[in-house]
Design a protein around this ligand. Structure first.
Ligand SMILES: Nc1ncnc2c1ncn2[C@@H]1O[C@H](COP(=O)(O)OP(=O)(O)O)[C@@H](O)[C@H]1O
Ligand SMILES: [Mg+2]
Length: 275
């Protein structure tokens, strides 16, 4: 197809050889299938700030690190320079999160670069090499729903162990490839340690999963994985292979906080778990 204007700079830099087709145009971005040498990849073109919706809200921005205090002051004042910096911070947030998460073993598309407001990453594909469907577009059996739910809860744990909360996790931001769910769409990703809304946003992400999958597996409906994961995290006990039950004890402690204390292996920061 004719090269869209926003992708032209990547062609000039030799990052992209050809734009094959438009995949999707959403509220925040337009996504293209592109060819880079022999590889088929995906180019996500962010819309201008004025055309985007909710995700620059204060709760997502909080705790974001900027390079220096001059930038921070400019961003607060909303000068032209400040707005440009803010735009850049927003665009780089997704590629940064993808690198962090890929390194932590989370199933996300492999990122390459964010250049001039265009994120270049691997195209997630189904078994026949076509762009993978969104979770929302896949019909599931009860067993598959339980399986995907468990995989995704584990992905959320891996993300939190890497200090990241998705912040907009839903059946529309999860793709399904031959090996299961892949998480996408992270420009609003949240820094778990510094954002005061972190607990709420984590629980909302995890509850979205439970409520979506409960249409196929109703037993998931009232699970409390989000609360349980957050309690373990704040107690300093969360690890990539933490055992989870989906239930939180009435005294608000997850079962294995109590169990590991009683076993005499006093965990780091266990006092915060309510002892
Ligand atoms: N790496 C990718 N591989 C395959 N499809 C993708 C990829 N990234 C995005 N898409 C497709 O593009 C759509 C929009 O991308 P997304 O990152 O969710 O942006 P937004 O929702 O902000 O517009 C997704 O729902 C998905 O169908
Ligand atoms: Mg999306």
């Amino acid at each position: 197809m004719k090269t869209p204007k926003r992708i032209q700079p990547l062609i000039e830099e030799g990052l992209v050889d050809e734009v094959m087709r438009q995949l999707m145009s959403g509220k925040e971005a337009t996504v293209y299938v592109v060819r880079c040498g022999e590889e088929i990849r995906c180019a996500k073109v962010y819309k201008e700030a004025s055309q985007r919706s909710f995700r620059q809200a204060a709760s997502y921005q909080e705790g974001r690190k900027v390079k220096n205090s001059r930038q921070a002051r400019a961003m607060e004042k909303g000068t032209n320079y400040g707005r440009k910096m803010q735009e850049e911070a927003w665009q780089n947030a997704e590629v940064d999160a993808l690198y962090r998460l890929a390194a932590a073993g989370v199933r996300v598309p492999k990122p390459y670069i964010c250049f001039e407001g265009v994120l270049l990453m691997d195209l997630v594909t189904d078994e026949s090499g076509n762009a993978a469907p969104r979770l929302n577009d896949v019909e599931l059996s009860e067993q598959q729903a339980l399986n995907y739910h468990a995989q995704l809860v584990r992905q959320v744990v891996l993300m939190l162990c890497a200090g990241v909360i998705h912040g907009d996790l839903s059946e529309f931001n999860i793709l399904v490839d031959g090996d299961g769910p892949v998480i996408i769409d992270l420009p609003q990703a949240i820094d778990a340690a510094s954002n005061t809304e972190a607990a709420v946003l984590l629980e909302r992400d995890v509850n979205n999963l439970a409520s979506y999958f409960s249409q196929y597996a109703p037993q998931l409906k009232h699970t409390q994985y989000g609360k349980e994961i957050w309690l373990l995290y704040t107690a300093g006990l969360l690890s990539p292979d933490s055992q989870l039950t989906g239930r939180v004890a009435a005294d608000k402690r997850p079962a294995n906080v109590a169990a590991s204390n009683e076993a005499g292996t006093r965990p780091r920061a266990a006092h915060r778990a309510g002892r």
